[in-house]
Ligand binder design. Structure first.
Ligand code: 5RP
Length: 216
């Protein structure tokens, strides 16, 4: 296992240890969270999970986790997910795997959202690109309103959204998040504000850095 793969596994195992018997658990997606599924299954807890992507659903089921639909559940006890970038004050960029819309819904529904990653995910300041999910209707007009933006050559989201990336500067993440959310045609973007996240678990070499995200 490469150093960074070992860090992903260490962060995922540390997060798995925080899940309690009986929890409703939100599962994110990506290569870091892939290490969470066997770690959770190994604990043998009576938990039910919802998955933010079809690939996570399949991988979680493959190790014996119970995955239930997310249409009828108003809240989750905990959600765990990776990120592309994590700042010390709790801003995240997500969506490298194009699943940020569903991942944000899962994170927002959880009483406690834990973000996990290897050391390279912890950054001093967020850097573009910011993943976007867009409606096809009016796409050219949406792209014109969002410049600079590029379409990503990946399949549509499970909800039919088109995946793109915003490449402009991120001087004020809150202001930019507001602007992206307010642009008609944007389903959602990959900027996750600190209010969404409770705990960050970063693995660096043999060590684990866990910190709570200050709210307000
Ligand atoms: C998918 C995501 C992932 O959590 C993010 O891209 C990190 O992925 P990985 O753990 O493979 O580095 O946001 O939409």
């Amino acid at each position: 296992m490469s150093g960074s793969e070992a860090e992903k596994q260490a962060a995922a195992r540390a997060a798995a240890a925080l899940v309690r018997d009986g929890d409703l658990v939100g599962l994110g997606s990506g290569s870091t969270v892939a290490h969470l599924f066997p770690a959770l299954a190994a604990r043998g807890l009576a938990i039910r999970c919802v998955a933010a992507s079809p690939s996570s659903e399949q991988a979680a089921r493959a190790v014996g986790l119970e995955v239930v639909p997310f249409e009828q559940l108003a809240r989750l006890d905990v959600a765990i997910d990776g990120a592309d970038q994590i700042t010390r004050d709790g801003w995240l960029i997500k969506g490298g795997g194009a699943a940020h819309t569903r991942e944000k819904i899962v994170a927002a529904a959880a009483d406690r959202f834990i973000v996990i990653g290897g050391a390279e995910k912890l950054v001093d300041a967020l850097e573009p690109p910011i993943p976007l999910e867009l409606l096809e209707f009016g796409l050219a007009a949406t792209l014109a309103a969002l410049q600079p933006v590029t379409l990503r050559d990946v399949p549509r989201s499970p909800d039919g959204g088109i995946i793109a990336d915003y490449h402009g500067p991120i001087e004020d993440p809150a202001q930019l998040a507001t602007r992206l959310s307010a642009t008609p045609g944007v389903v959602d973007h990959g900027l996750f504000p600190p209010e969404l996240t409770n705990t960050a678990i970063i693995a660096r070499g043999e060590g684990i850095l866990a910190f709570e995200i200050p709210h307000g």
